[in-house]
Design a protein around this ligand. Structure first.
Ligand SMILES: [Zn+2]
Length: 266
């Protein structure tokens, strides 16, 4: 019989908790390590409609990237979204585990999956952070050939299956050396520019981030928080399947969509 604690151990090897940022809240957030697990659902976010699906399809555990409890919890009001979700999870007896910034940093985690997906040559990929840290947020790496910056932006859009990407021009230069950070990584634009990156790929870029990038002469491709992180879901599911083959059934969420839509005239 596989228990929650067995899944926690495998996840700890995949994304060691020590790699998480100090403000983060990874780990088992709902349920008990002693809970029995026969089916696991892997996803980016725990959304309310998933509880219903989990009950219908017999999942005892959800492994998510974003922590379902993040800020300090001072009440469990079921008339408000957070309490309603947690209440539903408890009533349905569904355990929830999160691997967040620890999965971002981990080797083979969110950033490495993103780097591979957008076409960086694996042998060239290194952490974007301090050189002494082998595992940190963000990556830097090279494309197999130099290309036009907008052509690369389109490559990112296509390979991530994003509805749209936003492009900030850093000048007329082509791109070969690329910095990236999955999710919200605009804080690393300076670092990427300092390391000589031609372009930086991330999500959640704001107006003044774009202004800074343009001034630094680095192109920025904002492919969205969702699209830069969603690819890790099937990789985590695959690795759990390898670990628990025959004992636990793992299902990767393939129905989640970005909260943002692009509205344009037909
Ligand atoms: Zn995220």
């Amino acid at each position: 019989m596989v228990k929650c604690r067995d899944v926690m151990e495998v996840m700890e090897r995949m994304a060691p908790k020590r790699l998480a940022e100090a403000w983060d809240n990874p780990g088992l957030l709902v349920g008990s390590p002693e809970d029995e697990v026969r089916r696991i659902f892997v996803c980016l976010d725990v959304r309310e409609q998933m509880v219903e699906r989990a009950q219908r399809e017999g999942f005892q555990m959800i492994v998510a990237h974003h922590p379902v409890i993040f800020r300090g919890l001072k009440k469990l009001r079921t008339d408000l979204p957070d309490g309603r979700l947690l209440g539903a999870l408890l009533r349905a007896n569904i355990a929830v585990f999160a691997a967040h910034t620890n999965l971002d940093c981990a080797e083979g985690g969110v950033n490495d999956v993103l780097a591979a997906r957008i076409g960086l040559v694996p042998e060239t990929v290194a952490p974007l952070g301090a050189e002494t840290l082998s595992e940190s947020l963000g990556r830097v790496g090279k494309l197999s050939r130099s290309m036009d910056a907008r052509e690369f932006a389109l490559q990112v859009k296509k390979r991530l299956g994003a509805a749209t990407v936003r492009f900030v021009s850093g000048g007329n230069h082509p791109v070969e050396k690329i910095g990236l950070c999955s999710g919200s990584g605009a804080e690393f634009i300076e670092r990427a520019a300092f390391l000589g990156c031609d372009a930086f790929v991330t999500g959640d870029v704001r107006y003044h981030d774009a202004q800074r990038a343009a001034a630094l002469g680095i192109h920025v491709i904002d492919a969205g928080h969702f699209a830069t992180e969603q690819p890790v879901v099937e990789i985590v599911a695959m690795r759990l399947t390898e670990e628990f083959s025959g004992k636990v059934e793992i299902v990767a969420d393939d129905t989640a969509r970005d909260f943002f839509e692009t509205v344009s005239e037909a």
